[in-house]
Design a protein around this ligand. Structure first.
Ligand SMILES: [Zn+2]
Ligand SMILES: [Zn+2]
Length: 501
């Protein structure tokens, strides 16, 4: 028996309707079918395994013997694993991926057969209906052919989007493919597994490490509290990583000249009980700003100054001043008596109290408030009493700290009263190291500078210096010059400041 199937073009959009002039008697497997094909299509006849094959310029479709496949529920891949295996076999054998979709379980409803050819193009065959009464293979085949529409395949033009790793604050994505024509997205290069959205890989979020505020020990600028991401190394001003620090100079806490000046001013008020003079203010703030001294050293400088010495405060008063200056509060009786004892035992070495207070929370807080470093008074800093005086002679006359043997020698001489402080000072001026006799003729400026510092505790003023230079030019001897300074009221005050006479 021969059947004729006409295949013709339905629309310009190329939805093809293939109809069969089906006989009432239906078809049998081995029926020979003749097709009338549109341009470029041809029927290649029944294959040896019983499928019907259509071919066109870009397609080759086979409708298999329907007893070799099973209808499945809508949108499911065909059959169980075993049956899918059968299907896959067919794919390989014929180069066509084949499965069937039904709208529902009712076999009488229209259903859709979908084909893919080996290059991934999709073909849909809509089967409007077929007889439900007799579900023989023959019926199914005949109804299939009775009303088959073949949609012109839409061949996806797939564009690859590569995988993008997510970063701390930017989502990434798995690789995927998008059809540039229909916009559908797929998770595979063949365009088989359609996906509804870009396969997003969410942002990982920053992993933030906390950096505490730093007030540097060398009085350089500090660093503000901030957070750093371990992953991307970006810096943030808040623990949630919301405010990024793009300008890293924001991190620097500058040393404030004004705050440093306030600190010095406070030392003048609390220690010397007066307002700062211009020269002194410049000297102390300069030392702090230039990192030449820490807060403890500045306080030591005030406490060991000639001016402070001249006030001849009792040990109790000294301790009280240090409580106010370094702890910001009056003393408590127990603490005070303990420190007075320390002061007495050390021969008035108030650096021991300063270093005792320098690590306290109170002093650290005061220093933080002024943006400066607490520090400590280093060993070897000019001390009070005999050691302080000798140390002072070394620094002012020779411009260096005393070596141990020398310090011990001069201290012993003063302690045993073999020499007066004036005579000790003479010893330095007339020493080989100071080389004063040569300087008197060759470099009177340097000699006078040293004498002013040693005996008067200050820098030379231009008028005074000019006066002495004239006298030197007129033949003043070194002894006369030295005595002119050594017998001054200022030097007597300095000596008294060290508790000496
Ligand atoms: Zn497409
Ligand atoms: Zn990060």
């Amino acid at each position: 028996m021969k059947k004729t199937v006409r295949l013709f073009c339905l629309t310009a959009a190329a939805v093809l309707l293939m109809t069969a002039a089906a006989g009432a008697e239906g078809w049998k497997f081995n029926d020979e079918i003749h097709f009338e094909l549109p341009d470029g299509f041809y029927y290649t006849g029944m294959t040896e395994n019983g499928s019907y094959e259509f071919a066109g310029p870009n397609m080759k479709v086979r409708i298999y013997r329907l007893n070799s496949v099973r209808w499945v529920e809508p949108r499911q891949r065909m059959g169980s694993a075993t049956e899918a295996g059968v299907s896959e076999q067919l794919i390989r054998r014929n180069g066509i991926d084949f499965y069937v979709q039904r709208n529902n379980a009712d076999y009488t409803s229209p259903f859709q057969a979908v084909f893919f050819n080996s290059s991934g193009a999709q073909y849909t065959i809509d089967v409007d209906s077929y007889a439900a009464s007799d579900r023989t293979v023959n019926d199914m085949v005949s109804n299939l052919v009775d009303s088959i529409r073949i949609s012109q395949p839409h061949v996806h033009t797939l564009i690859w989007t590569e995988r993008k790793e997510p970063s701390c604050d930017q989502a990434g994505n798995e690789e995927y493919w998008t059809c540039s024509e229909c916009g559908k997205m797929f998770s595979d290069a063949a365009g088989r597994n359609e996906i509804s959205a870009v396969p997003v890989l969410p942002a990982t979020g920053h992993t933030l490490i906390h950096h505490d505020k730093v007030v540097s020990a060398d009085l350089s600028a500090g660093i503000r509290e901030h957070w750093e991401c371990k992953t991307c190394s970006r810096l943030f001003a808040d623990p949630e990583g919301r405010t990024e620090i793009r300008d890293r100079s924001w991190l620097i806490i500058p040393v404030s000249t004004e705050k440093v000046a306030e600190f010095v001013s406070r030392c003048y008020t609390l220690i010397l009980n007066r307002n700062a003079d211009e020269g002194g203010m410049k000297n102390w703030t300069g030392q702090l700003l230039n990192r030449a001294a820490t807060a403890s050293q500045i306080i030591s400088g005030f406490m060991n100054s000639t001016e402070y010495r001249e006030q001849q405060n009792s040990n109790e008063k000294t301790v009280e001043i240090l409580y106010n200056t370094m702890l910001g509060r009056p003393s408590d009786p127990e603490g005070k008596s303990g420190w007075v004892e320390v002061l007495e035992k050390s021969g008035g070495n108030n650096n021991e109290i300063i270093n005792g207070f320098s690590g306290s929370q109170e002093f650290i807080a005061i220093c933080q408030d002024y943006g400066i470093t607490p520090g400590v008074v280093p060993a070897g800093t000019p001390r009070t009493g005999i050691e302080g005086f000798v140390d002072r002679c070394y620094r002012e006359a020779l411009g260096r700290a005393g070596e141990e043997a020398g310090l011990n020698y001069w201290c012993s001489i003063l302690r045993t009263r073999q020499m007066t402080p004036k005579r000790v000072a003479d010893g330095f001026v007339f020493s080989q190291e100071m080389d004063a006799a040569r300087k008197l003729t060759e470099d009177p400026d340097a000699l006078l500078d040293a004498l002013y510092r040693l005996y008067l505790g200050r820098e030379a003023d231009p008028e005074g210096k000019a006066h002495w230079k004239t006298r030197i030019a007129n033949g003043l001897s070194l002894e006369e010059l030295n005595d002119g300074f050594a017998y001054s009221a200022e030097f007597a005050g300095i000596v008294a400041g060290y508790g000496l006479e």
